[in-house]
Design a protein around this ligand. Structure first.
Ligand SMILES: Nc1nc2c(ncn2[C@@H]2O[C@H](COP(=O)(O)OP(=O)(O)OP(=O)(O)O)[C@@H](O)[C@H]2O)c(=O)[nH]1
Ligand SMILES: [Mg+2]
Length: 208
């Protein structure tokens, strides 16, 4: 295969840590039976879905993968980063999925070790290689309603610190409970239309 994607269509890539719900989100959006799993590391290789005007790409998560050695996990991450860089020309949009029920805790743990939290590091990386980045705060069903707004503000402030260039686009969602999907789709459509592309036939109905 010559190019990054044999169809040459604009690509939308879904990235994020293992187990945050990348494949579940793609399933909900496209109706395609992509592999979803309870344990981190369900998606082992990238999967390209030819979806009307665009190609949707599911990739393995970065971080812990159940049953895989540290070397394999490290190799997977390196591989994902290299692939993303090689797709740069075709990338129209990157969707970074975050588990909003874990973000603050992980952020604090990494920061206290003096490290850049991996979600934030990936946000900066995606912002460099893709003209648009949408952050999906997934698993909102796992956060108490009264705490949601505060968790989202925390996320936004950390993303903003990382790349002061543009205001982060954050969508609150639950792929499992099918909440927030219509909002997400309308943000996606707006960005695609802005870039002169047609809107794909999402599998999301207006009631969801
Ligand atoms: N509670 C809750 N669980 C979710 C949500 N979205 C996904 N999950 C669950 O999270 C687990 C992981 O989902 P996947 O879609 O496989 O996650 P992934 O990011 O593709 O994971 P990898 O391929 O391993 O990187 C599954 O058990 C899903 O059912 C959500 O919005 N809320
Ligand atoms: Mg997956």
């Amino acid at each position: 295969m010559k190019g990054p994607d044999h169809t040459g269509k604009p690509m939308i890539v879904f990235a994020g840590r293992s187990n945050v719900g990348k494949s579940s989100t793609i399933r909900a959006l496209t109706g395609k039976k992509v592999r979803v799993g309870k344990k981190p590391g369900s998606t082992r290789w990238e999967l390209m879905i030819d979806f009307g005007p665009v190609t949707i790409v599911d990739i393995p998560g970065f971080g812990y993968m159940a049953g895989q050695s540290k070397t394999t996990i490290e190799e997977t991450k390196t591989n994902v980063v290299q692939k993303l860089e090689s797709w740069k020309e075709n990338l129209v949009l990157a969707v970074l999925i975050i588990d909003i029920s874990l973000f603050r805790e992980l952020h604090e743990r990494w920061s206290s070790r003096g490290e850049i939290p991996i979600d934030v590091e990936f946000y900066s990386f995606l912002s460099e290689i893709s003209p648009n980045v949408i952050v999906v705060a997934n698993k909102m069903d796992k956060v108490k309603k009264s705490a949601l707004a505060e968790e989202v503000d925390f996320l936004k402030s950390k993303l903003k610190e990382a790349t002061s260039i543009r205001e982060p686009i954050v969508v609150l969602m639950s792929a499992q409970k099918k909440q927030g999907l219509t909002d997400f789709v309308s943000v996606l459509d707006d960005l695609l239309i802005e870039r002169g592309l047609d809107r794909p036939e999402w599998a999301v109905t207006l009631s969801s």
